[in-house]
Structure formats: C-alpha cells, structure tokens
Design a protein around this ligand. Structure first.
Ligand SMILES: Cc1ncc(C[n+]2csc(CCOP(=O)(O)OP(=O)(O)O)c2C)c(N)n1
Ligand SMILES: [Mg+2]
Length: 381
C-alpha cells in the first residue's frame, strides 16, 4: 500500500498544476479545450497508486491531467503540451485532452466520449496474451456509461475474461446534465451484473478508500483474470471545461462537496485533526478578515483585557500616591521613588508569581484551542 503522505503529495501536485493551467488559460497562453480535474484528484491518485506500472496500464478520457501526473509523468512536458509546444508530451499536437506516455504505460487521453473503453479492452487482451499478470485500468465518465462502446466492451471482456477494471468516475454531470436525469438506474455499480461482472460503489472523495478498494480489485483481477467494475462517486468543482460557468447546479451543492475536499480531509487526518474541529474552523472562502476574526481575535482579546486591567490598577495607584504627596510637598523625584516602592511592596514575589500562574492557567486553554484551530485552518487553505 502506498503511504498516505505520498497520496497527498500527488493530489496537491495535480491541484496546483491545474490551478496554474486555469490561470494560463485565462491569459490565453493555452488554446483549445481544457477540462479540469479539480475535486476528483482522489480517484486517479488513490487508484493508480494501486498499480505496478511496469506491467499495468492506464487508459482514460479527455479529463486526463490527474491520471497523467499520478502515472508519474513530469509536469513540465505536460504544461508544454498545454502550451502547444514541441517539447510537450505529444509534441504539442494533442493538447489537454491527449496526454500520452507509452513508456509509463499511460495510453491517453481520448476526446471521444466512450472511445477509450474498447481501446482499454484491447490493451487488456494484449496483457492477457503476454501473460505477465498485468491489469488495465479503464476510466470513463457517467456520460459515457450509456454509450454502446461501454456495453460491447464489458460483454467481450467477460467472454474473454480479460484483466481489466472499468472505473466509472461519476462526477455526477455529463457537461451540464445531472446523471440522474439521463439514467434509468442511479447505482451504476449494478450495471456490470448483466454481463456477469461484479461492481462496487466507492467514495471518490476519500483517497484512502479509493486506494483500498482498487488495490483489492487489482489483486482479485491479477489472481482470477476476471474483469471488475467500480463506480467511484466524485465531484468536479469547476465547469465541464474552461468555457462552462456551471450555472446548472447550486452553490450549496458545490460547497457541500468542497467540505469533503479529498486534500483537506487527508491532510487533516495526517495531522491528527478530527473532522468536527475541521468543520468548526472552516472559514467559507477563507478571507483574511475571517481568519483574523476567528483565530487572531480570540487570542488578542484576553491579552488586551489583562493589559487594560494592569494599566487601570497602576493609574489608580499613581493617582492615589500623587494625591497623597501633592497634598503635602510636591517633588517628582520623591513621587517616583515612592511609586516604585509602593509597587514593589504591594507586588511581592509570592503575589506576583500567583498572579502569573493564574494568568497562565487562564490563557493556556485559549492558546491550545487556537493553536488547534489554526492548524485546522491551515489544513483548509
Ligand atoms: C461521442 C461523443 N459524443 C459527444 C461528445 C461531446 N462531449 C464531450 S464531453 C461530454 C460529456 C461527457 O461527460 P462524462 O462522460 O460524464 O465525463 P466528464 O466530462 O464528466 O468527465 C460530451 C457529451 C463527445 N466528445 N464525443
Ligand atoms: Mg461526468
């Protein structure tokens, strides 16, 4: 099993890569279609980490940045590909939808919905002929599951018992269409049954669960050379492509998935932060003002209270001394000496340390809570 920290590293790499791609697209440095994978990272990372890419293969559709990076492709030729440069992984001719690296067993990247499913089935057939125990992972979206190519491929894969795992990345929308509107059943995992292929539903917002489930499926397929089918339920945060403002879904729905963000959840788990605290520390939109209000202010308030009280006490004391002194003979040196003496006699070491202990005991829980909140906050950012 791959270390959770490594899964987190890969998910962060994908997210940062795509954020940069979106920025460059906005600056018109990137042309053509560009479909972002942000929100779905746990699917590619958790599942590809279950493979041995020396003998296993990956085939996917056009939303392929995450899969390519999870297969270990260098981000530089990928970004060059987006820019249409000759140094790109497909010599700048394929763009975002056609990342490819035969040496790493990443066989694309395909712009035609469902077309990669028969391709992956053929790759699995070749694997079976080689007899090296290699497994092919075939990814496609919820929009591809009603294509004839899916059904024909599953049928053939079962007849020939090919070592392939079909993974439906159900991000719940095919362009602007909710999958529930166009599917007679909503549990896709059942769809393999008519071809004698077992299916399971997996939570695609949880990289560890994806990794566990796909690792188990890979082991079964290697062992028995019988195809499997997984529906991995996930969500894309951005529109279908860069030109889609995604008006067909509500902000509440989007926010509800962002609260299950696979990167936040895994990084919080690695830091030992419980999900409730994470929820409490969640700052919608994480503006600086909100971070200040929720984290800095609670720390500042007790400090301000202590300092103000001290100033008031000292002021009252001073007023008392000055009043007493000036009623007799007024001399600043005498007043200053007297003040210092008064302060020290009133604030003997025993009393001073008692006050310090009380202050510390009062502040420690506030500090501890804020440090935990701050760490949770960091995990959210
Ligand atoms: C055969 C075919 N029909 C239609 C299209 C246009 N098209 C591009 S993406 C897409 C939606 C596919 O949705 P889904 O399979 O759920 O993948 P997602 O974009 O959600 O990753 C459609 C209809 C296409 N590229 N190919
Ligand atoms: Mg989809």
């Amino acid at each position: 099993m791959t270390e959770p920290r490594e899964l987190l590293r890969q998910m962060l790499l994908i997210r940062r890569f795509e954020e940069k791609a979106a920025q460059m697209y906005g600056l018109r440095k990137i042309g053509g279609f560009c479909h972002l994978y942000i929100g779905q990272e746990a699917v590619a990372v958790g599942s590809i980490a279950a493979l041995e890419l020396a003998r296993d293969y990956v085939v996917t559709a056009y939303r392929d940045h995450g899969h390519a990076l999870a297969c270990g492709m260098d981000p530089k030729p990928l970004m060059a590909e987006l820019f249409g440069k000759a140094t790109g992984c497909s010599k700048g001719k394929g763009g975002s939808m056609h990342f490819f690296d035969a040496a790493r067993h990443f066989l694309g990247g395909n712009g035609i919905v469902g077309a990669q499913i028969p391709v992956a089935t053929g790759v699995a057939l070749a694997g079976k002929a080689r007899g090296d125990g290699g497994v092919t992972l075939c990814y496609f979206g919820d929009g591809a599951i009603h294509q004839g190519s899916f059904h024909e491929s599953l049928n053939m894969a079962r007849i020939w018992n090919l070592p392939v795992i079909y993974i439906c990345e159900n991000n719940q929308y095919g362009m602007g269409t909710d999958f529930r509107r166009v599917s007679s059943i909503t549990e896709f995992a059942a769809m393999g049954a008519s071809y004698g292929i077992p299916g399971r539903l997996v939570n695609g917002m949880d990289a560890l669960e994806v990794h566990r489930e796909v690792s188990a499926a890979v082991a079964r397929v290697r062992e028995g050379s019988v195809p499997e089918f997984l529906e991995i339920r996930t969500y894309r945060y951005r529109g279908h492509s860069m030109s889609d403002p995604a008006k067909y879904r509500t902000q509440d729905e989007l926010e509800s998935y962002k609260r299950q963000d696979p990167i936040v959840i895994l990084s919080a788990a690695l830091k030992g932060i419980n999900p409730e605290l994470l929820e409490a520390a969640r700052v919608d939109g994480a503006t600086e003002l909100q971070v200040f209000r929720r984290i800095v202010l609670p720390l500042l308030l007790p400090t301000i209270a202590v300092v103000t009280t001290t100033i008031v006490i000292v002021a009252l004391k001073t007023f008392d001394i000055v009043y007493t002194m000036t009623s007799g003979n007024y001399d600043t040196d005498v007043i200053a000496n007297r003040m210092i003496r008064e302060l020290f006699t009133n604030l003997n070491p025993g009393r001073a340390s008692a006050i310090a202990v009380v202050l510390l005991v009062a502040i420690i829980p506030v500090m501890a809570l804020n440090v935990r909140r701050f760490r949770a906050q960091e995990a959210l950012r």
